[in-house]
Ligand binder design. Structure first.
Ligand code: GAL
Length: 352
């Protein structure tokens, strides 16, 4: 078992916010705070591969969901409405006329419970009770997220939930990656492979049309490793789209691989989820400042969000997302680092 260290990160509404750091035997570490269950840092060799801030205030004030767990329903729900068994539910509309990432105060903006144990060993477990009616959602939802960082460089995220009324649930990690460790370098130069033959086209307010469309040889074709910039030539702002992952009957499967331009670090993603939202930081505009003082600009970092498809509560053709009382929600995603080129040589030298 690898170790966890704990230090005070700040205070909010009379509650202590801690930073937990999960180490592996390579000396690399992932830090998580119990505000928003946010991943604040992932240090690999000499780089921090996630963009983020050095203090709690910046996390509280950020409007871009940095490193958080997004929920109760990550991504958009059209017009903030859905029906279950004929009952209409109306949610907070916090993204134009739509609902986004759980509403005005989603799981990204709440203090998660660290439980009674001292958590000196992994996994780190964070709990949150989302009350019946919160942001308009039905049912008391008990949520648990577990973080585990292994000696094989896998960051394993386990998501668990139970409810007392039928409710949509869709949980994801909203980490912003830049594998160069330098947010002044544009992530459009990273290469990406997505294990998806299809994606879900969206309308002008980013709500899926319901179609599941073949990526063909379009800008959505990441079936082979290709630079994002190269593929993106026809798309102005970048990507903010859901890809339909190829599952081939395997519930836990390979979703994507991202490679830094110098080709030394590779991040691979595996998941039980049916979809992957590729968000290339299109709305980032330099007003948020990274922990090292550098502005986080458009395309400074990207998210690979494993999840159910956007607006699933209103889309009968999409995989179902309604959790029923007595049933258990479980989802698992692994982000795994591997080394190429210079990084691999450094590891070899260290290991003798
Ligand atoms: C992404 C979403 C984007 C944007 C972003 C937060 O998950 O796909 O449209 O809302 O979060 O700024």
């Amino acid at each position: 078992m690898s170790k966890i260290t704990k230090s005070l990160f700040g205070d909010l509404e009379g509650k202590s916010i801690y930073r937990f750091t999960l180490y592996n035997n390579k000396g690399n570490c992932v830090s998580i705070i119990n505000y928003g269950a946010i991943i604040t840092s992932w240090r690999v060799q000499d780089k921090d591969i996630v963009a983020g801030f050095g203090n709690l205030k910046d996390y509280i004030n950020n409007d871009a969901y940095f490193g958080c767990i997004a929920g109760r329903y990550a991504n958009r729900i059209a017009a903030g409405k859905f029906r279950i068994n004929g009952n209409l539910y109306e949610l907070a509309r916090n993204n134009g006329k739509n609902h986004l990432h759980g509403g005005n105060k989603g799981f990204d903006k709440v203090v998660w419970d660290t439980g009674s144990n001292e958590m000196e060993e992994q996994p780190l477990s964070l709990h949150y009770l989302s009350k019946d009616g919160e942001e308009g959602y039905p049912g008391n939802l008990k949520v648990k997220v577990e973080y585990d960082y292994t000696d094989d460089e896998e960051l394993i995220i386990g998501y668990f939930a139970e409810t007392d009324k039928a409710t949509p649930v869709n949980l994801t990690s909203h980490c912003y990656f830049n594998l160069t460790g330098d947010v002044s370098k544009n992530i459009l130069d990273h290469s990406l492979l997505i294990n998806a033959d299809h994606y879900t086209p969206v309308n002008e307010s980013q709500i899926p049309t319901g179609e599941i469309k073949a990526v063909g040889e379009t800008a959505f074709d990441f079936k082979e490793m290709t630079t994002i910039a190269g593929n993106n030539s026809t798309m102005e702002a970048g990507y903010d789209h859901n890809f339909v992952l190829n599952k081939n009957g395997d519930p836990f499967s390979f979703a994507a691989s991202l490679v830094a331009p110098e080709d030394d670090l590779q991040l691979s993603v595996f998941t039980t989820e049916p979809g992957l939202q590729l968000y290339t930081g299109n709305f980032l505009d330099g007003h948020l400042i990274n922990r090292d003082g550098k502005p986080i600009n458009q395309h400074s970092a990207l998210c690979l969000e494993t999840q159910h498809f956007p607006d699933s509560p209103n889309q009968p053709g999409f995989p179902p997302c309604i959790l029923l009382p007595g049933k258990k929600y479980f989802s698992k995603t692994v982000y795994k680092i591997s080394y190429n080129g210079k990084a691999a040589r450094e590891i070899q030298t260290k290991e003798g």
